[in-house]
Design a protein around this ligand. Structure first.
Ligand code: FAQ
Length: 315
């Protein structure tokens, strides 16, 4: 029995090494399945919880054009959540279980969405930095080894790129505006810079899953590699905007051809991940409320579905 499992594992690893896509009905190690349920569902939860800080500004966007764009972006995030929940379901877990894990705190979602959006400039910073970081991480995931996840990511990445530009354009307008608008943009960058770097996860040396996930080609790059890539792309953008990144140690290194940067406050990161960030409670309360208040819609949809089946049997 043990030998059989080992043989299956070897064939599985050979398929991965060969660049083959793993599909839901293929044999896979239990840990591969569980790792995917964990990562895909946390990703889905991040999209859905991520709608809240931006949803906060839809009714207060400064013009109809801004409102329409923000509304479309938040709606896209709901769509991303749906693709990802569907991808997770192909691994044999139900949507109800996934939501239960979110509502009871068993499943994580991205630390970034536990920070408040206190000014309109935050809509710019979230699009520019948070979606910018999400794209860097997710472009890698379009080539992840599990087929349904990789395919979902292709569409998601296209939309994220619109989101990032939407945010950058808000920042550009503010930095070309009045002194007060410039200050709003700078204040927003000051608050979102470090939490955006934390989105990529703990340093490689402390990342529990990276080694195995790289072996299975779930991850194609490590947390630190992606973080560095983000900083290298974003630092010149900040310069273009005329904004100062709140890190006195940020400096181009001619030798490494990368930016050096200062120490990240990992204590803050773990506090937020463990539920003690500025908005953790508010975010979960909002999700639970939406779930409870939406019960009648789910019940009506099930009743309608059952009625349709009955009707088709009679016909
Ligand atoms: N926040 O061993 P690793 C978006 C946890 S989508 C909270 O390195 P892994 C779109 C991690 O789960 C943003 N927890 O883990 C949008 C693990 O704990 P566990 C979300 C974090 O999985 C934009 C432990 O730490 N994107 O922004 C975080 O190999 C704007 C050890 O970490 C994705 O989910 C964190 N930041 O690497 C929406 C992408 N980092 O599970 C609205 C897919 C780590 O053992 C508005 N996910 N942890 O209890 C990934 O690529 C990976 O899961 C990583 C973490 C890179 C996030």
């Amino acid at each position: 029995m043990k030998d059989n499992i080992q043989a299956l594992n070897d064939i599985f690893q050979a398929r991965i090494d060969n660049g083959e896509s793993i599909e839901p009905k293929d044999w896979m190690p239990e840990k591969y399945r569980k790792t995917h349920i964990r990562q895909i569902s946390q990703h889905a939860h991040s999209e859905i919880v991520g709608m809240l800080p931006e949803g906060n500004w839809i009714s207060r966007a400064p013009s109809l054009r801004r409102k329409v764009a923000l509304l479309a972006k938040v709606q896209d995030e709901a769509g991303h959540g749906l693709y990802l929940y569907s991808a997770a379901e192909t691994l044999g877990i139900s949507r109800d279980e996934l939501f239960d894990q979110l509502h009871t705190g068993k499943a994580k979602y991205s630390s970034i969405f536990n920070y408040p959006t206190v000014s309109w400039a935050d809509m710019g910073a979230v699009g520019w930095l948070v979606d910018g970081a999400a794209i860097i991480n997710q472009v890698m995931l379009t080539r992840t080894s599990f087929g349904p996840y990789a395919r979902a990511m292709v569409k998601i990445c296209k939309e994220e790129s619109f989101h990032q530009r939407q945010g950058f354009e808000i920042m550009l307008t503010l930095t070309n505006g009045t002194e007060v608008q410039k200050q709003m943009a700078q204040d927003s960058l000051n608050r979102w810079w470090w939490p955006s770097l934390m989105m990529f996860g703990p340093p490689d040396a402390e990342s529990t899953h990276t080694e195995q996930s790289m072996k299975w080609k779930i991850k194609r790059k490590t947390n630190d590699e992606l973080r560095q890539q983000f900083i290298d792309i974003t630092a010149p953008q900040a310069e273009f905007l005329g904004l100062t990144i709140p890190d006195p140690d940020l400096k181009w290194n001619e030798e490494t051809k990368h930016y050096d940067f200062g120490a990240i406050d990992w204590d803050e990161f773990w506090q937020v991940v463990k539920g003690f960030g500025p908005c953790n409670k508010e975010r979960i309360d909002a999700r639970v409320k939406a779930w409870d208040e939406g019960a009648w819609v789910r019940d009506a949809a099930v009743a309608y579905g059952e009625k349709k089946i009955q009707k088709s049997k009679v016909a």
